[in-house]
Design a protein around this ligand. Structure first.
Ligand code: FAD
Length: 386
């Protein structure tokens, strides 16, 4: 006789992806538990820019997923769930020099092809944005995007009363049988119908063979100035290039300046192939700050009050890894979101929850999710056994 389960689904990882999946499963009435080695938003979800941006996504699968997730995030905000986390706001992309001009032209073409909620309002010079400085040769004004601090969204999702929270509790291994999965959390072993691995950059510790690589990003925060000085995110076109080309191909500092509700500015972010969050260095931050002040000179009056780094989970082909492990329908992965997990989390949560219930992804998303399957890696193997 099959052993009874403690939970229908156990999710390892309480970042924004695990939290969103958990909320969708709890809403559907399933018994769901979330285990985290540290606590909610302890890794990338608590150390990111938080842009819910279609403009920064590669054309194709990623741009389509981001468009769907932006619309669904807005919907969840309108329904109250993400009301305190998500804020709609305009966004601006600026550039100077041939490479950045090319990136802006490509962005305009991509948005026209998508014909989605993100629209080009104006394409001109620095005069389009009051306060823009000499570093802005060309400026694109966009409508439709938003901002969502990851820790706020995680808190909102995990507040669902039917979610069992387990932390600190690190997944150490698992064993699959016909009736479910025995999950080893170090101090306790639990039975679940399905295990979902939402471990971000820690994925290879439990699922060896999957090419999830750490990619650090440095950010800084200023003190508060007058609110509303900058109406929305101001992104260098070099940031779009860094997201598609990866580290080492930067033409100019890939800066994003995001005004926060407090009047502070969040300024990011670098791309570095290592996993050390203590490596926050003056040279990198000075490059980001220098370009920020030349694009928006009022920043020169602000003080930097904090600098920190977060670790993205990068996959060599630039796509996340989402779906059941090959030959193991009871073990589902949702990882490898690099610099896009905040933006994609709402849609990923809904569709992975549908997968776990044996119903998804929905017909509109089946083809795009097929491209994300772990089966695309021949080295994908069953994970560490408990
Ligand atoms: C500098 C920077 C800027 C970014 N900017 C943006 C942006 O503007 N827009 C955007 O959409 N995205 C952005 N991102 C990316 C985004 O932050 C991530 O894609 C997203 O947070 C990933 O969420 P996750 O839940 O997959 O992983 P994580 O948030 O990394 O969560 C993984 C969780 O797993 C836990 N864990 C690890 N090992 C174990 C174990 N053995 N057992 C149990 N739990 C474990 C960790 O403690 C952690 O809480 C940025 C990231 C960085 C670093």
């Amino acid at each position: 006789m099959a052993k009874a389960t403690d939970h229908d689904v156990l999710i390892a990882g309480a970042g924004i992806v695990g939290a969103s999946i958990a909320w969708h499963l709890a809403e559907a009435g399933l018994r769901v538990a979330v285990a985290d080695a540290v606590g909610p938003a302890a890794a990338a979800s608590g150390a990111s820019d938080g842009a819910v941006s279609v403009a920064s996504k590669k054309p194709g699968v990623m741009a389509r997923l981001a468009t769907g997730s932006l619309l669904y995030t807005r919907d969840l905000a309108a329904r109250g769930l993400l009301a305190t986390a998500f804020a709609a706001r305009p966004s601006y992309v600026f550039g100077t020099g041939a490479a950045e001009m090319g990136a802006i032209d490509a962005l305009i073409a991509k948005l026209a092809e998508l014909a989605g909620p993100v629209r080009v309002l104006a394409d001109g010079g620095a005069g389009l944005l009051p306060g823009a400085g000499p570093g802005v040769e060309r400026l694109l004004a966009l409508s439709g995007e938003g901002h969502m601090p990851g820790h706020k969204a995680v808190r909102a999702y995990l507040a669902h009363p039917r979610i069992t929270r387990l932390w600190p509790a690190a997944l150490a291994g698992y064993e699959v049988d016909d009736g479910g999965v025995t999950v080893d959390l170090g101090t306790q072993r639990l039975r679940a119908g399905i295990l979902i691995g939402a471990l971000g950059a820690s994925t290879p510790e439990i699922f060896p063979g999957l090419p999830v690589l750490p990619r650090a990003g440095q950010l800084l925060v200023t003190d508060a100035g007058p609110r509303g000085a900058l109406p929305g995110a101001l992104t260098a076109a070099a940031y779009l290039l860094a997201k598609t080309d990866g580290p080492g191909h930067e033409v100019l500092p890939p800066v994003v300046i995001d005004p926060l509700a407090t009047g502070q500015f969040l300024i990011g972010s670098s791309r570095e192939d290592h996993a050390d969050t203590s490596r926050v260095d003056f040279v990198t931050l000075r490059r980001l700050l220098g370009r920020s002040a030349s694009a928006f000179p009022a920043l020169a009056e602000r003080r930097v009050i904090r600098a920190f780094a977060g670790i993205r989970a990068a996959v060599p082909d630039g796509l996340p890894i989402v779906g059941p492990m090959p030959g193991m329908a009871r073990v589902i992965l949702a990882t490898g979101f690099e610099g896009d997990g905040i933006c994609l989390s709402a849609l990923i949560g809904r569709e992975v929850a549908a997968m776990a219930r044996g119903e998804g992804p929905g017909p509109d998303w089946a083809a795009d999710f097929a491209a994300l399957s772990p089966a695309r890696f021949s080295a994908a193997q069953p994970g560490r056994v408990a």
